[in-house]
Design a protein around this ligand. Sequence first.
Ligand SMILES: *Cc1c(COP(=O)(O)O)cnc(C)c1O
Ligand code: SF4
Length: 370
Amino acid sequence: MDEEWKQILKQSITRPEQINRKFKIDVSSLRAVISKYPMRISKYYFDLINQVDDAIWRQCVPSPLELNDPFGFDDPLNEEGQSPTLGLVHRYPDRVLMCVSNKCATYCRFCTRKRKVGKQVINYSKETLEAQLQYIKATPIIRDVLLSGGDPLLLSDEQVEFALKKLRAMPHVEVIRIGSRVPCTLPQRITPKLCNMLKKYHPVYMNIHFNHPLEITRESERACSLLADAGVPLGSQSVLLKGVNDNPDVIKNLVQKLLKIRVKPYYLFQMDIVRGTYHFRTRVETGINIIDSLVGHTSGLAVPRYIIDSPGGGGKIPIQPDYIQSIKSDRVTLKNYEGKTFFYPQILPDEEINQIRAPSLIRNTKWVSK
Ligand SMILES: *Cc1c(COP(=O)(O)O)cnc(C)c1O
Ligand code: SF4
């Protein structure tokens, strides 16, 4: 008999009529969308929907707007152009992203790899995987390998272990990371058997993906606990999505809940310019305001880095609210989280000019209490 997660996956919602069994909406317009961008919603994730158009619905139920995107690109980050072998993106000097699966437990409507997830366009065969591993083996500057997809954890434990074992046998591969959304969309996939396997290949990190506090349930908490107990450090990569999580209260609630299940909020992504995702896009100012609402107001552990992945493939660029008002050779003027101004005197042991000016600098610095 199949493992529980495979059975749950078999009950996935893949046809519009299945949505109709629970929600009475006109699904006829969805057929054309699904033929271009496949639908799959795990039964578990579907059951998190409370009502039509809520934050869970918007992430997983197709919208006719996907076919009405005048500006998107199929591959805005030029992943294909930076792939020395099929499915392996080598963009940064010391690390690679390795697509090992084309399937996910739930297809996110805003996915950056919308051009290929769930489609037959690409066949991740054993030969594809072998070619990727061969490239990594032959490229000793790679010290960090990120298994991605699709979702690597839609492969069987044995298939995942095959890749991990090969990677661990390469001395230059120091860190292995798995990017997976199953702790959120199919938490039953995280089993003691999987965790016992993963921990043989440490250091194994996991980048998981939660976008809304409603996704943090007893089941996802159980999945994250199993992973954390197996020594797998967990970080969440969230995507800023219009109508889903584009406000400070939702994100604050999300990041605080993540810390409670031992997940460090790692990145908050600005939407890539992906074809078919126009309706999810927010202004960059919205993201900056969200980060500003977190910094200082809640624990530093809870604050993710807000990222724009440069169109064309230049890599991830961190974006921050501006806390620096000016930098002079002897004094930095800063703004704190409440908007108050503070001065930091630059008095350094190896700079004579500062030694001479130090007494007056200190004297004139308002915050020094005598
Ligand atoms: C995101 C990404 C990585 C990993 O980036 P980190 O900032 O190290 O998490 C590596 N390669 C590619 C192509 C990526 O898109
Ligand atoms: S789980 Fe990740 S790869 Fe899969 S559809 Fe969602 S965003 Fe895309």
